[in-house]
Design a protein around this ligand. Structure first.
Ligand SMILES: Nc1nc2c(c(=O)[nH]1)N[C@@H](CN(C=O)c1ccc(C(=O)N[C@@H](CCC(=O)O)C(=O)O)cc1)CN2
Ligand SMILES: [Mg+2]
Length: 283
């Protein structure tokens, strides 16, 4: 068997078109376009690419983007002051601070400074807590994007065994909450998991989000499983690879996401969706 590829680029394009329609509906009702403030600190090349893609896709969706490109020497207090200013600005619906941050800035202090109503990354404890109590408001982009991908391919997690490999605040933990909300039976694996191979082998849906190239072995995958690879690892030869051994996993899985072109594009499309949702909730 060779798994069907899940085309994240195509699903993301469809989602961006839907966001554009939602923006046009706001304009037709006499409301303003949604606005997203994107803050980039320092010169991490990958972050620069992601931020440029976010701005470009905002344009496509009719969302106004405001850019703060700040030097690596920016202090935490300077960053918090900019966030305070954006929190108070009624013309701004979403605030995004690109991660990772320079080492002298404490990410949690930054995340918690953003008004939860404008937290389009969904990382604020308020929004994570809402997701945990089955009352989601603004949901982390990558895990929400994964759920959209599954739905687009007619894959319903209800009653399935979902195994999440990785327990980060950005992906693994909120992904587990999303799967639970969709009524999967959920296992979260991490560095202290006793038998990772056995956990993965029992999964109907595997989500890999560890940031280590080819960490999940193809031979672990249960025949017919759905494999979602969130990892984006750049190899020394410049090529990208995921957290899953793609070729051998594809031989066993029913569905699999490629890297690139799988989950990555959904992260950005879902950010636009969250920005529209935020505008519609409050302005
Ligand atoms: N504030 C945030 N910071 C970070 C997030 C986030 O959701 N919010 N996620 C990642 C980076 N990220 C978005 O910010 C992101 C990563 C990858 C992609 C993507 O489209 N990847 C492409 C490949 C692109 C390449 O060539 O490098 C793909 O997978 O096809 C989009 C967004 C960490 N920081
Ligand atoms: Mg992400």
């Amino acid at each position: 068997m060779s798994a069907q590829l899940i085309d994240g680029k195509a699903v993301a394009e469809t989602l961006i078109t839907q966001v554009r329609e939602g923006v046009d509906a706001r304009l037709a009702a006499g409301k303003r376009a949604p606005a997203l403030a994107v803050i980039l600190i320092g010169d991490d090349p990958a972050s620069g690419v992601y931020v440029r893609n976010k701005k470009r896709n905002c344009e496509k969706a009719g969302i106004r983007s405001l850019a703060w490109d700040l030097p690596a020497s920016t202090t935490q207090d300077e960053l918090l002051a900019i966030i305070d200013q954006l929190n108070a600005d009624d013309s701004v619906d979403g605030i995004l601070v690109q991660l990772p941050l320079p080492k002298h800035i404490e990410p949690q202090a930054v995340i918690e400074r953003i008004d939860p109503k404008k937290d389009v990354d969904g990382f604020h404890p308020y929004n994570m807590g809402r997701l945990a109590i089955k009352m989601p408001l603004l949901r982390p982009c990558t895990p929400r994007g994964v759920m959209t991908l599954l739905e687009s391919y007619g894959i319903d997690p209800k009653g399935k065994k979902a195994v999440i490999v990785g327990a980060s605040n950005i992906v693994g933990r909120p992904q587990a909450l999303e799967m639970l909300l969709a009524r999967a039976t959920v296992t979260v694996c991490h560095s202290a998991t006793a038998d990772l191979a056995a956990e993965v082998a029992a999964a109907d849906i595997v989500v890999a989000a560890v940031g280590k190239p080819n960490f999940v072995k193809g031979e672990w995958i249960k025949p017919g499983a759905v494999v979602i690879d969130v990892g984006i690892n750049r190899l020394e030869n410049g090529s990208l690879c995921g957290d899953v051994e793609f070729d051998s996993a594809r031989e066993r899985a029913a569905f699999i996401t490629p890297v690139p072109g799988g989950v990555g594009p959904m992260t950005i499309a879902t950010l636009l969706q969250n920005t529209l949702d935020s505008a519609n909730l409050h302005a």
